[in-house]
Design a protein around this ligand. Structure first.
Ligand code: IMP
Length: 199
């Protein structure tokens, strides 16, 4: 039997962790994390306008976690953002902060009466194996729903209707359905291709 490679995913977001496991474990990558307990992941998010800069800065901070982890083959970080067309670059790299302060209701209030409801999710994943770094990106276009719908997923999922879907929000989909359409699903698929090409 081929041995699974163990990848430490530095995130404290259980939704991201669940989706990463779902996407990568079938390809022979066991995803471990330090969610829970006293050992929380605390990565500083640098102030930058693009997700790649933020993700690369997160991987630079990974060293202390790697030293304390057991038998891992690589370390992975992700930076994601939600972008609303009607408000350029917003919330973008401030997505986590804006969700915490406004909440989903606040976002809906901001968009009340707006006909332009286009939006996009983006994801940048950086995986480091020894001294090799793999950077994979994915995005997903869609629109903001008029109301909060569904109780699956996490974050902005109950507000986002992907354009290649059937009108349901991400929060109304199974993990498999979200993976097939989402920014993270696309970024993970790209990462798998990069890893397969490496051999
Ligand atoms: P982060 O900075 O990558 O942790 O994510 C920024 C914000 O976007 C956080 O509030 C996340 O909850 C949210 N977010 C990231 N990915 C997704 C997703 O797949 N669905 C919904 N919200 C997400």
């Amino acid at each position: 039997m081929v041995e699974m490679k163990r990848i430490l995913f530095l995130t404290s977001n259980e939704g991201k962790l669940r989706e990463a496991k779902h996407a990568l474990e079938p390809w022979g990558y066991e995803i471990v994390s330090i969610v829970g307990g006293t050992n929380k992941v605390q990565l500083v998010e640098v102030q930058a306008r693009d997700l790649v800069t933020v993700a690369l800065s997160k991987i630079e901070q990974a060293e202390s976690y790697v030293e304390n982890a057991h038998q891992i083959d690589g370390v992975m970080v992700e930076d994601a953002g939600f972008f609303i067309d009607a408000h350029p670059n917003f919330p973008g790299v401030y997505s986590a902060h804006i969700l915490e302060s406004l909440g989903l209701e606040g976002i809906l209030r901001l968009m009340r009466g707006r006909r332009e409801r286009g939006a996009e999710f983006q994801s940048t994943i950086v995986l480091q194996i020894e001294s090799e770094r793999f950077v994979a990106q994915g995005s997903c276009r869609g629109r903001l729903s008029e109301e909060i719908r569904g109780d699956g997923g996490f974050g902005y999922d109950p507000l986002f209707i992907p354009e290649d879907g059937d009108g349901r929000t991400f929060a109304e989909m199974s993990i498999d359905e979200k993976k097939a359409l989402s920014h993270r699903g696309h970024a993970m698929a790209r990462l798998v291709t990069l890893l397969e090409d490496r051999g």
